[in-house]
Ligand binder design. Structure first.
Ligand SMILES: [Zn+2]
Ligand SMILES: [Zn+2]
Length: 370
């Protein structure tokens, strides 16, 4: 076995503006490392395909909500990998050659932890995230806790395995947190992959969906949304969201989206505080605002509006094992049409893939790791 491997490593914390693709060279680079031995309870795995997450991009841009990540760190948590070696004391079912998807957020697994007891590691106060708390899946090899490895569903290609994690978050949001009913008008703000996944799952539940983006998104992400028949709204300073909604956005059926500019559900995926602050005015009274994104600073919300409209604010933190299993099933059945949204790059082009992701010149970058 080759005892060295390459990885894409986050080093810096310099702050860059959205769209500044130079951030990649300044804050991250390809490194070479010695292949580690799996520790107790761990496996050594070869990564097959790993996706670039919006969080990875944000970390490379030096956004303050990712300052907590210790550098240097080989990032990457959305992956499909293959078992190479197990710790000699391992007694589970995994064996070398098995393909698996790791659960990104690992709980403390202690009996006195309510989150872990409920099987929701994403709610554990001491959870650790692959690729942030320990080196992750943008390494061609990685060690990780065997507990977090979920066998790849039979019949699922490994590149689809690399988007199970983000889809599991959309599953958590759309199926656990939002009560979508057929015929609802659902507004998704932000057309990164999380927004697109939420849009697809909401529509699969019978909703009419519109998705927003900015000028930068027109070339790839909003285009992909339009090709799938979603109403795409380009928001700018001169064309604010609320004005467009009240003027009447056309849905896929040609009917007006929403009712007098109001929608039944908002799913916020942009991570832009101002986008959230504005979009809550578009939600009907007693309806839900579901927040999947995290933000570089506290959002200034008109809380009195939330009170007076009796809005329900719901946060979605990551996903648990159950959500992963549902996500695999949705991919297997093509409920989420993954191919339409994936852009595959070779590992030698990983920096380009990051640059393209930063400038929204792809939809979902997936790296073939060998
Ligand atoms: Zn992610
Ligand atoms: Zn815990």
């Amino acid at each position: 076995m080759n005892d060295k491997f390459k990885g894409f490593c986050l080093n810096g914390t310099e702050r860059f503006n959205p769209g500044a693709s130079i951030a990649v060279e300044r804050n991250a680079s390809i490194v070479e490392r010695d292949t580690p031995e799996p520790g107790e309870g761990e496996i050594l795995a070869r990564t097959l395909y790993t996706s670039i997450c919006g969080s990875d991009v944000s970390a490379c841009m030096g956004k303050p909500n990712f300052d907590w990540i210790q550098r240097p760190r080989i990032i990457g948590h959305e992956t499909c990998a293959e078992v190479v070696k197990l710790h000699p004391d391992y007694r589970g079912n995994l064996k070398p050659g098995d393909r698996f998807v790791p659960v990104a957020q690992l709980g403390c697994r202690k009996d006195d932890c309510p989150g872990c007891r409920a099987g929701k590691w994403n709610l554990c106060p001491d959870k650790t995230i692959l690729g942030y708390h320990r080196d992750g899946a943008f390494g061609q090899m990685m060690t990780l806790e065997a507990d977090r490895a979920l066998p790849l569903a039979k019949g699922l290609e490994p590149w689809f395995g690399a988007i199970v994690e983000p889809l599991s978050v959309a599953v958590n949001a759309v199926y656990s947190k939002c009560s979508i009913k057929p015929g609802m008008n659902v507004l998704v703000t932000g057309c990164g992959i999380m927004g697109l996944m939420a849009a697809e799952l909401a529509r699969a539940s019978g909703a009419e969906v519109a998705i927003t983006g900015i000028d930068l998104d027109k070339g790839f992400r909003l285009k992909a949304a339009k090709e799938r028949g979603f109403a795409a709204i380009v928001v700018s300073e001169t064309k604010p969201l609320l004005a467009q909604l009240s003027k009447g956005v056309r849905s896929s059926t040609g009917a007006t989206f929403g009712e007098k500019g109001k929608v039944d559900l908002l799913i916020e995926c942009s991570g832009i505080p101002q986008a959230l602050a504005e979009a809550i005015y578009a939600v009907k009274p007693e309806h839900d605002v579901c927040i999947i994104a995290t933000y570089p600073h506290a959002a200034e919300l008109d809380v009195t509006h939330i009170t007076r409209q009796s809005l329900n604010l719901k946060g979605v933190m990551g996903s648990s094992k159950d959500n992963f299993l549902v996500a695999m099933e949705l991919l297997r059945r093509n409920v989420f049409p993954a191919k339409h949204y994936m852009d595959i790059y070779g590992f030698s082009h990983i920096e380009q893939a990051f640059r393209d992701s930063i400038r929204a010149r792809n939809v979902k970058a997936v790296i073939k790791m060998d």
